[in-house]
Design a protein around this ligand. Structure first.
Ligand SMILES: Nc1ncnc2c1ncn2[C@@H]1O[C@H](COP(=O)(O)OP(=O)(O)OP(=O)(O)O)[C@@H](O)[C@H]1O
Ligand SMILES: [Mg+2]
Length: 489
């Protein structure tokens, strides 16, 4: 209260008076709801600056962290942003898409999204990644002041995520963070929940949840970055942050530099303009959303379907899920145009998103990465051990010399064949090595579809009798080469 100008004396008499005043009933006194998280609140939108957009029928006092407020203060004008930043962004799909990502933060709650949308721009230095991200940040506030470092403590990142609730959180330069803890921090940040901590007086601190979009940049893709740190990226994790290459344009991050002398000059101008006019577009978009809430869900569904329709039917579920995220971004960018927050026409917004989605898809592929990881793991293990004594040779013909087990660490049996050796993997080796980290039955199905595991008749459907008195095993081959002349490991 002192900080807000209400002088409270330390004297015990004054404190008693204050307590008496507070206890004197609350009739006729204005009441305030104290909020510590920005974003949607009962139909209104609260900004970290304390501004409330909407027809608030009650007084709201924003109690969020003070040092996060400044970045959200608007500068210049919406017209200035439209004429400057948006004009330069035209014909630059990556710039437009990250703008869409910034707007998408505000619709996630309205469409009951289960998780936020993260996007990571990656490629070599001086390609325009930070410039694009600055433009996206200028939707909500000042790019430089909104920029956070991955190097920050988890608590500080949590606070930033809460302040950016229903908006976009911006973290530049992934390389700056501690690689070992980064994976967990990234996924916690985009997961929308802080971990509840035990309180000194017993019980647990309230877990806080948020729903926003997240934009980050770095020289390496986030999944590669985490893998290099020794962590295994799995399933849904790799689409929490969509790894988007930022060098797919004619001028790396950019496709059109308008009349500028070079991409470097263009990048500098874009960054300068994004600092001059900022923070107004997000507010205009929220005002439109308040008045048009009823059509947001159906708009998103329609745009998502347009993008999904372009996927091949065999696309993995994970790819469809990621495509839906691009659909939300596209819809947000389309709606922002309708709201007058940007000058972009609906088709222009959709086409820009589709162009970047295609660049993402070209790298990610349409298959499940988990399936490929299992196939690669199984094949690498077979290839590495195929000549080792871990495989005992089986006779092809009566009277052939048959090797005897020489290793205690036996993996199975091998039968040499002209069209590719056959390996009979013992059950423990299959579970602990070949399919390690995967659910065994699902792993069998995937390896079978990849042409590496024979489906047996009867019994459990997957193991066969190896030979007389040799028990059962998984009958496998190395991964078939697509091109027979190619040597593939
Ligand atoms: N597409 C581009 N082509 C040539 N030069 C560029 C391009 N984009 C940016 N630059 C130059 O690089 C400078 C830094 O731009 P920016 O911060 O956007 O790059 P970045 O990709 O984030 O680089 P870093 O990986 O070092 O962070 C700009 O001021 C500009 O001079
Ligand atoms: Mg950068």
């Amino acid at each position: 209260m002192n900080g807000l100008g209400f002088a409270v004396s330390a004297g015990s008499g004054e404190r008693v008076n204050l307590a008496n005043y507070l206890l004197q009933g609350t009739k006729n006194k204005p009441r305030f709801d104290v909020l510590s998280m920005s974003g949607w609140n009962q139909g209104n939108f609260v900004l970290p600056t304390g501004e409330i957009i909407g027809d608030a029928k009650r007084n709201i006092f924003f109690n969020g962290s003070a040092n996060l407020r400044g970045g959200f203060t608007p500068r210049g004008s919406l017209q200035g942003w439209n004429d400057g930043v948006c004009s330069l962004a035209r014909n630059n799909p990556l710039v437009m898409v990250v703008m869409g990502l910034a707007f998408s933060g505000a619709i996630l709650e309205l469409i009951d999204a289960e998780e936020g949308i993260g996007m990571h721009l990656y490629t070599e230095t001086s390609s325009g990644k930070t410039t694009c991200a600055d433009v996206a940040a200028s939707v909500w506030g000042h790019p430089k002041r909104l920029k956070k470092s991955w190097d920050a403590t988890p608590i500080s990142l949590t606070n930033s995520a809460q302040a950016a609730n229903s908006m976009m959180m911006y973290t530049d330069e992934i390389g700056a963070g501690d690689t070992r803890r980064l994976g967990k921090v990234i996924y916690a940040t985009i997961n929308g929940q802080s971990r509840g901590r035990g309180l000194a007086g017993g019980g647990n601190e309230e877990t806080k949840s948020w729903l926003n979009s997240l934009l980050s940049t770095g020289e390496l893709g986030i999944n590669q970055f985490i893998t290099e740190a020794g962590e295994q990226v799995k399933g849904g994790q790799e689409i929490r942050m969509l790894d988007v290459p930022a060098d797919g344009g004619l001028y790396r991050a950019f496709d059109c530099i308008h009349d500028y002398m070079g991409a470097d000059v263009f990048a500098k101008e874009l960054a300068t303009q994004a600092r001059r006019d900022c923070g107004n577009a997000g507010r205009a978009f929220v005002e439109w959303l308040i008045n048009n809430q009823a059509q947001v869900k159906s708009w998103v569904t329609k745009t998502e379907s347009r993008l999904l329709a372009e996927l091949p039917s065999h696309a993995a579920p994970l790819v469809r899920r990621a495509t839906r995220k691009f659909g939300i971004i596209a819809a947000a960018l389309e709606m922002a145009g309708e709201a007058g927050a940007t000058p972009f026409a609906q088709e222009e917004a959709f086409d820009a998103t589709r162009a970047i989605w295609r660049r993402w898809l070209a790298v990610f592929g349409t298959e499940s990465r988990d399936d490929n990881r299992l196939i690669d793991q199984a094949n690498a293990i077979l290839a590495a051990n195929q000549m080792s004594p871990r495989f005992v040779l089986l006779a092809n013909h009566e009277g052939d010399y048959v090797g005897e087990p020489v290793s205690v660490n036996m993996m199975g049996y091998k039968r040499i064949q002209a069209d590719g050796d056959i390996f009979y993997i013992l059950p423990h080796a299959f579970k602990d090595e070949i399919a390690k980290g995967f659910e065994p039955r699902k792993a069998c199905k995937i390896l079978h579809e990849a042409g590496m595991l024979e489906r047996a008749k009867g019994h459990d459907g997957w193991t066969v009798v190896i030979a007389r008195k040799k028990g059962r095993g998984y009958k496998m081959k190395l991964k078939p080469c697509k091109n027979p002349d190619e040597t593939e490991l």
